[in-house]
Design a protein around this ligand. Sequence first.
Ligand code: ZN
Length: 197
Amino acid sequence: MANRHDVSSADAMQRLIDGNKRYMEDSLSDPKIKSVQRYEFTEGQSPFAIILNCADSRVVPEMVFDKGIGELFVIRVAGNIANPSSIASIEYAVEHIGCNLIVVLGHEACGAVGAAIASYPDADNGPNLNHLISYITPAVEAKQGAEISEVVKCNAEINGKKLVEDSAIVRKYVESGDLKIVPAYYEFKSGSVDFLQ
Ligand SMILES: [Zn+2]
C-alpha cells in the first residue's frame, strides 16, 4: 500500500467545512498567488483533498473552500462525472499523492444535468455530449419528475459510487478505511456546500 497523506479524511473534511464557512462569510484568506508561494511548489505537490467538480464557471473550488495553490486536486468536467478520464486523474491523486478524501461536488442549476433531463430518454446530441450525458442519465431515471436540485444531488451520489465500482485503486483504499468519498451540493447565493453524507 502506498503511503497515505498525513491529513486524514476527517481532517480534510473539517478543512473544507472551515474554508467554506469563511467563503460564505466573505472572509476569504489572502490568495496564495505571489511568487514566493509559487516557488514553494516547484518540488512537488501534496494536496489534501480531491474535488470532482463541474466545469461551470460559477463553482470555483479553491474559492468555495478558501484554499490556495497546491491544496486541492481538482478535476473539472461538466456534470462532475466519473468517466475513465476523470477516474484516471483521481487514481493518480489517491495512489501517488495519498489523498484520503474525494468530494463529488454537484451544484445548483447544473447545465449538464439540465441537458440530461431535456434529452431523456433518447435524444441524440452527437457522440461527445451523448457520452457525457450517459453518465448523468442514471440519476435522471432515478429521480424522474423531481426538481433539478434532487437530480444533481443524486448524480453526485451515483458518480461517487461509480468511482468505487470502476476503479480498483479507489476501491482498495475505501475498503481499507483510509479513503472517503462524499457527494455534495453547492448553492449559488449562500455559497454553501451541503455535504450529503
Ligand atoms: Zn454543472
